[in-house]
Design a binder for this molecule. Structure first.
Ligand code: DGL
Length: 246
């Protein structure tokens, strides 16, 4: 099986890493829309248009499944993508909520969702969580974490101040949904800030979801072939991939 993975930029490499580690695919083609990142500050129609263009890009390749690694695109564009796609389209929000639903926790667990403005304003996570019976939910746009991670800041004073800025008025939640591709890279710091919480990571969630819904054979691909494309500076994307993935 060959997967196409799409993100607004380099952040989706965190999802790619989980897919590679799970050995589910013979080949993965990654496309980062680096020329137009960030999506998280853009409006719904723009995010839909960009996502459809990304799907169009993948029409040049023979892929079996289109994986939207970007939470902001998953928040707004899945329906539109599915309407035009001839292959399955899988986003990270549905899989994140299902992953949470699979762990045995009570429905009154306190859940904190963090993501970009686009993801949080879409209410996609909250609506899906409500459908599964969870109601004790707080959501917060924490967009500053994105440029920090892009800058390679994974710890230290600036990150600590940003954690305080966003979280100091919150009670410790039971679960934090990392609703943005970049946040797994600072998951330890988020966990430490709250003094130990259960974290939901889009990459791990999508692996579970794919295993349950799409992967029919139990073949494990020890070496997933990878191809990287970007709408701007593909060499930069490859360089980040080498740093983050291997
Ligand atoms: N990939 C985006 C997301 O997961 C984060 C970066 C952006 O804003 O484009 O929401």
């Amino acid at each position: 099986m060959v997967a196409g993975v799409f993100d607004s930029g380099v952040g989706g490499l965190t999802v790619l890493k989980s897919l590679v580690e799970a050995k589910l695919f013979e080949k993965i083609i990654y496309f980062g829309d680096t020329a137009r990142v960030p999506y998280g500050a853009k409006d719904k129609n723009t995010i839909i248009r960009y996502s459809l263009e990304a799907l169009e890009f993948f029409s040049n390749f023979d892929i079996d499944i289109f994986i939207v690694a970007c939470n902001s695109a998953s928040a707004y564009a899945i329906k539109e993508l599915r309407e035009v796609s001839t292959i399955p389209v899988v986003g990270v929000i549905e899989s994140g909520v299902l992953a949470l639903n699979q762990i045995k926790i009570s429905k009154d667990s306190s859940i904190l969702i963090i993501g970009t403005k686009a993801t949080i304003n879409s209410n996609k996570y909250i609506n899906l969580l409500n459908k599964h019976g969870f109601y004790n939910i707080t959501s917060k746009a924490t967009g500053l974490f994105v440029p920090l991670v892009e800058e390679g800041i994974f710890g230290g004073a600036i990150l600590n101040e940003t954690l305080k800025h966003y979280f100091s008025d919150l009670k410790k939640p039971d679960i934090v949904i990392l609703g943005c591709t970049h946040f797994p890279l600072i998951s330890k710091e988020i966990d430490n800030y709250f003094g130990g919480v259960k974290l939901i990571h889009s990459g791990e969630a999508i692996v579970k979801y794919l295993n349950n819904n799409y992967i029919k054979e139990s073949i494990l691909f020890e070496q997933t072939k990878l191809e990287f494309f970007a709408s701007e500076n593909p060499a930069g994307l490859k360089e980040v991939a080498n740093r983050w993935l291997f």
